[in-house]
Design a protein around this ligand. Structure first.
Ligand SMILES: [Zn+2]
Length: 415
């Protein structure tokens, strides 16, 4: 049974406070924490945080992969991705898959069903990151965006998807204007799956109806959220964006890389909703966390990853050469951007990557540092090199740095 105590840490309770104190972990949970520079007398290993910041682990609700690992390539990629997420401070991920349909028919491709089956089994055994379930991005969306299938609401197809995942679906993204979507939303809510709104040009009325049915969170807000049609020349129409911002029940998340959405849109949403209503996601896929360069992808073209930019198609003969090809954001870089963009107290900014996504997903045991919560923790390195984890724990076990590095660092500190 792993037990340890961290003291002399700047302990962040997202949205609530930041104070120097200690935190005691046993059997994967926080059993006690307190304020002050003292260290309680305990019979377990003690870690001196040397004043570094300790936060709950970061929670990514929308992520397709990292490095060269793509979740839609199968369970091996999920295991490989899980082993590196801790170095970016991510301790919970909702692996996101785009359902693939047979030639536009309301039937899933066999290859995709096979991946879902693999995932359903692999998710339970992955150790280095917590996985509440998968996020199915589609197929009941109105606009294809980055290669999403689009389908009318089909309860049979929904049951097939949920069945293939053996009940391990956390989130499904839908669009409010899709025909027959309301029964889909109601079924998702009944099954404990959180419906997200995306890839939509819905009207205010359609979006309100979706919120009434239980879909109140919008994912990769502003991306694939075009303006509805103008009804009168010069009259700016309102639609899903205004409804999410204006309806008290609405929440949203952003790809905070500064490319997929302007920082001002994030500021506007935070001004409308506060820190409880806006979350950070990466929507990352191939290339996130890699050094700049040109890489072969599983999509049949190469992408170029540049520092501080998103991956772009790099084949000159490709008709869309230079276009965005997903996101290369990591959660720690997203948090860094939020600290630059937002004029809020530090503990509230931390909430956008911790408490708020946990709350949106309905995962009550994560996203805060409090007695009884899961010991998913990140100790952030002091210094000027941005936000880099010094150490990351999932359920009280060190996942970064990898155990052998961690043990050798301990040996060095003894000598
Ligand atoms: Zn996505």
């Amino acid at each position: 049974m792993t037990e340890f105590l961290i003291h002399n840490a700047k302990i962040v309770r997202p949205g609530v406070s930041i104070a120097t104190g200690y935190l005691h972990v046993r059997a994967g949970r926080i059993i006690q924490l307190g304020e002050g520079s003292g260290c309680p007398d305990v019979d377990c290993p003690i870690i001196d945080a040397r004043g570094q910041t300790l936060t709950p682990g970061l929670i990514d609700m929308h992520c397709h992969g990292i490095h060269s690992f793509q979740y839609d390539q199968g369970a091996e990629h999920l295991r490989a991705a899980a082993s590196v997420l801790g170095c970016y401070g991510t301790t919970t991920v909702v692996p996101t898959l785009v359902p693939k349909l047979q030639n536009g028919a309301p039937k899933l491709q066999d290859k995709f069903l096979h991946v879902l089956d693999q995932f359903a089994n692999a998710m339970a055994e992955v150790k280095n990151v917590a996985i509440p379930g998968v996020h199915l991005e589609g197929p009941f969306v109105a606009l294809s965006g980055a290669a999403c299938a689009t389908s009318v609401g089909d309860l049979g197809l929904l049951e097939e998807l949920l069945g293939a995942c053996k009940g391990r679906v956390s989130v499904m993204s839908i669009a409010p204007e899709v025909r027959g979507v309301i029964p889909i939303i109601e079924r998702l809510v009944e099954k404990g799956v959180v419906p997200f709104i995306t890839n939509t040009r819905a009207s205010v009325e359609q979006t309100t109806a979706a919120i009434d049915a239980g879909a109140s969170h919008a994912t990769h807000f502003y991306d694939v959220f075009p303006l509805p049609e103008e009804t009168d020349p010069g009259v700016r129409p309102a639609g899903a964006v205004e409804t999410i911002l204006g309806d008290r029940r609405g929440t949203c998340d952003f790809i905070c890389d500064g490319i997929h959405v302007h920082p001002m849109a994030v500021r506007a949403a935070v001004a409308a909703k506060g820190w409880r209503g806006v979350a950070l996601i990466t929507d990352a896929s191939f290339g996130a966390g890699l050094m700049p360069g040109v890489f072969e992808t599983p999509w049949g073209y190469r992408v170029e990853v540049k520092e501080g930019n998103a991956p772009r198609i790099a084949d000159p003969e490709h008709p869309m050469c230079g276009a965005l090809a997903g996101s290369a954001l990591t959660m720690n870089r997203g948090m860094e951007n939020l600290f630059r963009w937002l004029d809020l107290p530090e503990e509230q900014i931390w909430a956008l990557g911790t408490w708020t996504p946990a709350n949106i997903l309905g995962v009550a045991s994560k996203g805060d540092l409090a007695t009884g919560m899961d010991a998913d923790l990140v100790l952030w390195r002091n210094g000027n090199n941005g936000l880099e984890p010094d150490r990351t724990w999932v359920a009280g076990e060190v996942v970064y740095p990898p155990l052998r590095d961690f043990l050798s660092a301990k040996d060095q500190s003894r000598s």
